[in-house]
Write a protein that binds this ligand. Structure first.
Ligand code: UDP
Ligand code: MG
Length: 314
Protein backbone atom coordinates (compact mmCIF):
# COMPACT_ATOMS: atom_id res chain seq x y z
CA UNK A 1 0.00 0.00 0.00
CA UNK A 2 1.27 3.49 -0.85
CA UNK A 3 1.85 5.42 2.37
CA UNK A 4 3.93 8.25 0.93
CA UNK A 5 2.17 11.50 1.72
CA UNK A 6 4.42 14.00 0.00
CA UNK A 7 6.80 13.90 -2.96
CA UNK A 8 9.35 16.69 -3.05
CA UNK A 9 10.51 17.20 -6.62
CA UNK A 10 13.76 19.03 -7.32
CA UNK A 11 15.08 19.57 -10.87
CA UNK A 12 18.82 20.20 -10.83
CA UNK A 13 21.27 21.15 -13.53
CA UNK A 14 24.81 21.54 -12.18
CA UNK A 15 23.86 22.21 -8.55
CA UNK A 16 26.42 19.92 -6.84
CA UNK A 17 27.28 22.45 -4.17
CA UNK A 18 23.67 22.92 -3.03
CA UNK A 19 21.95 19.53 -3.13
CA UNK A 20 23.25 18.07 0.14
CA UNK A 21 22.32 21.15 2.18
CA UNK A 22 18.96 21.32 0.42
CA UNK A 23 18.15 17.71 1.31
CA UNK A 24 19.28 18.03 4.94
CA UNK A 25 17.25 21.19 5.52
CA UNK A 26 14.21 19.61 3.83
CA UNK A 27 14.57 16.45 5.92
CA UNK A 28 14.54 18.51 9.12
CA UNK A 29 11.32 20.27 8.08
CA UNK A 30 9.60 17.04 7.03
CA UNK A 31 10.65 15.21 10.19
CA UNK A 32 9.11 17.99 12.27
CA UNK A 33 5.88 17.70 10.27
CA UNK A 34 5.96 13.96 10.95
CA UNK A 35 4.74 12.92 7.48
CA UNK A 36 6.09 10.29 5.11
CA UNK A 37 7.81 11.75 2.09
CA UNK A 38 10.19 11.07 -0.77
CA UNK A 39 12.78 13.49 -2.12
CA UNK A 40 13.06 13.10 -5.90
CA UNK A 41 16.03 14.80 -7.50
CA UNK A 42 16.04 14.93 -11.29
CA UNK A 43 19.58 15.48 -12.45
CA UNK A 44 19.01 17.19 -15.79
CA UNK A 45 22.28 16.31 -17.52
CA UNK A 46 24.65 17.79 -14.92
CA UNK A 47 28.38 17.54 -15.53
CA UNK A 48 29.50 18.58 -12.03
CA UNK A 49 28.56 15.42 -10.10
CA UNK A 50 25.19 16.69 -8.78
CA UNK A 51 23.63 13.20 -8.67
CA UNK A 52 26.74 11.67 -7.08
CA UNK A 53 26.69 14.22 -4.25
CA UNK A 54 23.15 13.24 -3.35
CA UNK A 55 23.87 9.54 -3.75
CA UNK A 56 26.32 9.89 -0.85
CA UNK A 57 23.31 10.69 1.37
CA UNK A 58 21.03 8.05 -0.14
CA UNK A 59 22.69 5.19 1.70
CA UNK A 60 21.43 6.62 5.03
CA UNK A 61 18.23 8.11 3.60
CA UNK A 62 16.19 5.72 1.49
CA UNK A 63 13.57 8.44 0.94
CA UNK A 64 15.94 9.93 -1.67
CA UNK A 65 15.23 8.96 -5.29
CA UNK A 66 17.43 10.12 -8.14
CA UNK A 67 16.40 10.27 -11.78
CA UNK A 68 18.98 11.08 -14.34
CA UNK A 69 19.01 12.60 -17.81
CA UNK A 70 22.20 11.98 -19.70
CA UNK A 71 21.60 15.18 -21.64
CA UNK A 72 20.18 18.50 -20.54
CA UNK A 73 16.51 18.65 -21.56
CA UNK A 74 15.30 21.61 -19.51
CA UNK A 75 13.28 22.03 -16.36
CA UNK A 76 9.86 21.18 -17.83
CA UNK A 77 10.81 17.68 -18.93
CA UNK A 78 12.67 17.13 -15.66
CA UNK A 79 9.50 17.94 -13.71
CA UNK A 80 7.29 15.84 -15.96
CA UNK A 81 9.41 12.78 -15.49
CA UNK A 82 9.36 13.18 -11.72
CA UNK A 83 5.55 13.61 -11.74
CA UNK A 84 5.28 10.30 -13.61
CA UNK A 85 7.09 8.36 -10.89
CA UNK A 86 6.11 10.37 -7.77
CA UNK A 87 4.09 8.35 -5.26
CA UNK A 88 2.98 11.15 -2.94
CA UNK A 89 -0.60 12.40 -2.83
CA UNK A 90 0.86 15.88 -2.66
CA UNK A 91 3.74 17.11 -4.81
CA UNK A 92 6.07 19.96 -3.85
CA UNK A 93 8.37 21.43 -6.51
CA UNK A 94 11.42 23.37 -5.39
CA UNK A 95 14.54 24.68 -7.13
CA UNK A 96 17.85 23.05 -6.19
CA UNK A 97 19.90 26.23 -5.78
CA UNK A 98 18.75 27.14 -2.22
CA UNK A 99 16.93 30.23 -3.51
CA UNK A 100 13.71 28.56 -2.29
CA UNK A 101 13.71 27.92 1.47
CA UNK A 102 12.55 24.40 2.48
CA UNK A 103 11.46 25.96 5.81
CA UNK A 104 8.56 27.53 3.85
CA UNK A 105 7.06 24.13 2.92
CA UNK A 106 4.60 24.06 5.88
CA UNK A 107 3.00 27.33 4.64
CA UNK A 108 2.21 25.68 1.30
CA UNK A 109 0.78 22.58 2.94
CA UNK A 110 -1.39 24.63 5.29
CA UNK A 111 -2.93 26.41 2.30
CA UNK A 112 -3.59 23.09 0.53
CA UNK A 113 -5.38 21.90 3.66
CA UNK A 114 -7.53 25.07 3.39
CA UNK A 115 -8.96 23.58 0.17
CA UNK A 116 -6.65 24.79 -2.61
CA UNK A 117 -5.53 22.30 -5.30
CA UNK A 118 -2.34 24.17 -6.16
CA UNK A 119 -0.41 26.72 -4.11
CA UNK A 120 2.36 28.84 -5.62
CA UNK A 121 5.00 30.92 -3.88
CA UNK A 122 4.87 34.67 -4.26
CA UNK A 123 8.41 36.01 -3.85
CA UNK A 124 8.38 39.09 -1.64
CA UNK A 125 11.69 40.27 -3.07
CA UNK A 126 13.63 39.05 -6.10
CA UNK A 127 17.25 38.22 -5.43
CA UNK A 128 18.31 37.95 -9.05
CA UNK A 129 18.43 41.45 -10.41
CA UNK A 130 16.15 44.27 -11.46
CA UNK A 131 15.92 43.04 -15.05
CA UNK A 132 14.59 39.64 -13.97
CA UNK A 133 12.09 41.37 -11.69
CA UNK A 134 10.82 43.55 -14.54
CA UNK A 135 10.71 40.59 -16.96
CA UNK A 136 8.73 38.64 -14.38
CA UNK A 137 6.21 41.48 -13.86
CA UNK A 138 5.80 41.73 -17.65
CA UNK A 139 5.23 38.00 -17.92
CA UNK A 140 2.49 38.07 -15.24
CA UNK A 141 0.86 40.98 -17.07
CA UNK A 142 1.05 39.23 -20.45
CA UNK A 143 -0.53 36.10 -19.02
CA UNK A 144 -3.32 38.25 -17.58
CA UNK A 145 -3.88 40.03 -20.90
CA UNK A 146 -3.82 36.89 -23.03
CA UNK A 147 -5.38 34.34 -20.72
CA UNK A 148 -7.45 36.51 -18.39
CA UNK A 149 -6.10 34.91 -15.18
CA UNK A 150 -4.38 37.09 -12.62
CA UNK A 151 -1.27 35.73 -10.86
CA UNK A 152 1.12 37.73 -8.71
CA UNK A 153 4.10 35.45 -9.39
CA UNK A 154 3.16 32.73 -11.87
CA UNK A 155 6.80 32.01 -12.61
CA UNK A 156 7.84 30.99 -9.10
CA UNK A 157 9.22 27.42 -9.13
CA UNK A 158 8.22 26.72 -5.52
CA UNK A 159 4.76 25.12 -5.51
CA UNK A 160 2.64 22.46 -3.86
CA UNK A 161 -0.29 20.66 -5.50
CA UNK A 162 -2.21 17.43 -5.54
CA UNK A 163 -1.06 14.53 -7.70
CA UNK A 164 -4.40 14.71 -9.43
CA UNK A 165 -3.69 18.25 -10.66
CA UNK A 166 -0.26 17.22 -11.97
CA UNK A 167 -1.86 14.49 -14.06
CA UNK A 168 -4.06 17.00 -15.89
CA UNK A 169 -1.39 18.64 -18.03
CA UNK A 170 1.79 18.02 -20.02
CA UNK A 171 4.82 20.29 -19.85
CA UNK A 172 7.26 21.01 -22.66
CA UNK A 173 9.79 23.67 -23.51
CA UNK A 174 9.40 26.43 -20.94
CA UNK A 175 5.84 25.57 -19.98
CA UNK A 176 6.75 24.92 -16.33
CA UNK A 177 6.43 28.70 -16.00
CA UNK A 178 2.71 28.33 -16.71
CA UNK A 179 1.74 25.50 -14.39
CA UNK A 180 -0.72 27.64 -12.38
CA UNK A 181 -2.46 28.71 -15.59
CA UNK A 182 -2.63 25.14 -16.88
CA UNK A 183 -4.03 24.07 -13.50
CA UNK A 184 -6.76 26.72 -13.31
CA UNK A 185 -7.89 26.00 -16.86
CA UNK A 186 -8.58 22.42 -15.76
CA UNK A 187 -10.74 23.72 -12.92
CA UNK A 188 -8.17 23.65 -10.10
CA UNK A 189 -8.34 26.17 -7.26
CA UNK A 190 -5.09 28.14 -7.13
CA UNK A 191 -3.73 30.17 -4.21
CA UNK A 192 -0.48 31.99 -3.46
CA UNK A 193 1.61 32.27 -0.28
CA UNK A 194 4.27 34.94 0.37
CA UNK A 195 7.76 33.45 0.55
CA UNK A 196 11.34 34.60 0.99
CA UNK A 197 13.72 34.40 -1.93
CA UNK A 198 17.43 34.01 -1.23
CA UNK A 199 20.28 35.00 -3.53
CA UNK A 200 21.99 32.15 -5.41
CA UNK A 201 24.93 31.02 -3.28
CA UNK A 202 26.69 28.71 -5.74
CA UNK A 203 26.86 28.35 -9.51
CA UNK A 204 25.04 30.50 -12.04
CA UNK A 205 21.43 30.90 -13.10
CA UNK A 206 20.45 28.79 -16.09
CA UNK A 207 17.99 31.47 -17.10
CA UNK A 208 18.91 33.33 -20.26
CA UNK A 209 16.85 35.95 -22.07
CA UNK A 210 17.87 34.16 -25.25
CA UNK A 211 18.56 30.53 -24.42
CA UNK A 212 20.12 27.87 -26.53
CA UNK A 213 16.69 26.32 -26.72
CA UNK A 214 15.25 29.77 -27.45
CA UNK A 215 12.81 28.46 -30.01
CA UNK A 216 11.30 26.13 -27.43
CA UNK A 217 10.34 29.12 -25.29
CA UNK A 218 7.43 29.77 -27.64
CA UNK A 219 5.94 26.59 -26.14
CA UNK A 220 5.04 28.73 -23.16
CA UNK A 221 3.04 30.99 -25.44
CA UNK A 222 1.37 28.11 -27.19
CA UNK A 223 0.23 27.00 -23.74
CA UNK A 224 -1.32 30.39 -23.03
CA UNK A 225 -3.03 30.09 -26.37
CA UNK A 226 -4.31 26.61 -25.55
CA UNK A 227 -6.33 28.03 -22.66
CA UNK A 228 -8.46 29.68 -25.38
CA UNK A 229 -9.92 32.34 -23.12
CA UNK A 230 -8.15 35.01 -25.20
CA UNK A 231 -7.32 33.40 -28.53
CA UNK A 232 -3.95 34.02 -30.05
CA UNK A 233 -5.37 35.65 -33.15
CA UNK A 234 -4.79 38.85 -31.15
CA UNK A 235 -1.41 38.81 -32.98
CA UNK A 236 -3.11 38.58 -36.32
CA UNK A 237 -5.48 41.42 -35.40
CA UNK A 238 -2.57 43.57 -34.20
CA UNK A 239 -0.73 42.79 -37.42
CA UNK A 240 -3.56 43.67 -39.78
CA UNK A 241 -4.43 46.89 -37.98
CA UNK A 242 -0.74 47.86 -38.06
CA UNK A 243 -0.67 47.20 -41.80
CA UNK A 244 -3.66 49.47 -42.38
CA UNK A 245 -2.14 52.30 -40.29
CA UNK A 246 1.19 51.78 -42.08
CA UNK A 247 -0.39 52.02 -45.53
CA UNK A 248 -2.25 55.20 -44.53
CA UNK A 249 0.95 56.78 -43.19
CA UNK A 250 2.90 55.83 -46.30
CA UNK A 251 0.18 57.40 -48.43
CA UNK A 252 0.37 60.56 -46.36
CA UNK A 253 4.13 60.62 -46.77
CA UNK A 254 3.83 60.32 -50.55
CA UNK A 255 1.34 63.18 -50.53
CA UNK A 256 3.62 65.33 -48.37
CA UNK A 257 6.82 64.48 -50.25
CA UNK A 258 5.46 64.98 -53.76
CA UNK A 259 2.50 67.22 -53.10
CA UNK A 260 1.95 70.32 -51.08
CA UNK A 261 4.90 70.26 -48.65
CA UNK A 262 8.28 68.59 -48.91
CA UNK A 263 9.65 69.55 -45.47
CA UNK A 264 12.29 66.87 -44.86
CA UNK A 265 11.72 66.25 -41.18
CA UNK A 266 8.02 65.57 -41.23
CA UNK A 267 8.24 63.33 -44.25
CA UNK A 268 11.10 61.35 -42.69
CA UNK A 269 9.00 60.81 -39.53
CA UNK A 270 6.05 59.66 -41.59
CA UNK A 271 8.22 57.34 -43.63
CA UNK A 272 9.77 55.90 -40.46
CA UNK A 273 6.39 55.35 -38.82
CA UNK A 274 4.97 53.87 -41.99
CA UNK A 275 7.82 51.39 -42.33
CA UNK A 276 7.51 50.43 -38.65
CA UNK A 277 3.81 49.66 -38.90
CA UNK A 278 4.24 47.75 -42.15
CA UNK A 279 7.01 45.71 -40.52
CA UNK A 280 4.94 44.94 -37.40
CA UNK A 281 1.94 44.30 -39.62
CA UNK A 282 3.84 41.69 -41.58
CA UNK A 283 5.61 40.05 -38.66
CA UNK A 284 2.66 39.67 -36.28
CA UNK A 285 0.46 37.51 -38.49
CA UNK A 286 3.57 35.51 -39.37
CA UNK A 287 4.25 34.99 -35.65
CA UNK A 288 0.64 33.95 -35.10
CA UNK A 289 0.79 31.40 -37.93
CA UNK A 290 4.14 30.16 -36.69
CA UNK A 291 2.64 29.47 -33.26
CA UNK A 292 -0.23 27.58 -34.85
CA UNK A 293 2.23 25.39 -36.71
CA UNK A 294 4.34 24.79 -33.59
CA UNK A 295 1.29 23.79 -31.59
CA UNK A 296 0.25 21.12 -34.04
CA UNK A 297 3.83 19.85 -34.14
CA UNK A 298 3.80 19.57 -30.38
CA UNK A 299 0.61 17.62 -30.35
CA UNK A 300 2.57 14.84 -31.96
CA UNK A 301 3.50 12.87 -28.87
CA UNK A 302 6.09 10.87 -30.78
CA UNK A 303 8.29 13.93 -30.44
CA UNK A 304 8.29 13.62 -26.66
CA UNK A 305 8.94 9.91 -26.77
CA UNK A 306 12.16 10.42 -28.70
CA UNK A 307 13.48 12.60 -25.88
CA UNK A 308 12.41 10.21 -23.17
CA UNK A 309 14.58 7.52 -24.74
CA UNK A 310 17.54 9.31 -23.20
CA UNK A 311 16.21 8.87 -19.70
CA UNK A 312 17.12 6.20 -17.23
CA UNK A 313 16.83 5.77 -13.52
CA UNK A 314 20.06 6.12 -11.51
N1 UDP B 1 17.24 23.56 -14.10
C1 UDP B 1 17.13 22.32 -14.70
N2 UDP B 1 17.37 22.24 -16.05
C2 UDP B 1 17.71 23.33 -16.80
C3 UDP B 1 17.76 24.59 -16.18
C4 UDP B 1 17.52 24.68 -14.81
O1 UDP B 1 16.85 21.33 -14.05
O2 UDP B 1 17.93 23.17 -18.01
C5 UDP B 1 16.99 23.66 -12.65
C6 UDP B 1 18.08 24.40 -11.87
O3 UDP B 1 19.13 23.54 -11.50
C7 UDP B 1 17.31 24.94 -10.68
C8 UDP B 1 15.94 25.25 -11.29
O4 UDP B 1 15.83 24.46 -12.48
O5 UDP B 1 17.16 23.97 -9.69
C9 UDP B 1 15.78 26.73 -11.61
O6 UDP B 1 16.87 27.16 -12.43
P1 UDP B 1 17.69 28.48 -12.12
O7 UDP B 1 17.95 28.62 -10.65
O8 UDP B 1 18.88 28.51 -13.00
O9 UDP B 1 16.65 29.58 -12.61
P2 UDP B 1 16.37 31.00 -11.93
O10 UDP B 1 16.16 30.78 -10.45
O11 UDP B 1 17.58 31.83 -12.21
O12 UDP B 1 15.12 31.43 -12.62
MG1 MG C 1 17.44 29.98 -9.12
Amino acid sequence: MNTTHISIVVPAFNEAESVQELFLRTKKVMDELNVTYEFILVDDGSTDGTAERLMELRRENPQIAILRHYRNHGKSLALMQAFDVARGRILVTMDADLQDQPEDIPKFLAKLVDGYDMVGGCRQSREDGKLRWIASKLFNWLVYKLAGSHFKDINCGFKAFTHDVASRFDLRGDMHRLMPLLAVTTGARFGEVPIDHAPRRYGVSKYRLVRHRGLLDVFAFSAIRSTQTRPFHVFTEMGFSSSVIGILLLGLWLAVAYGFDSAGASSAILLGLGCWFVLVGTLCPFFGLHLEAMTSYLNDTAWRKTLIKHYSEA
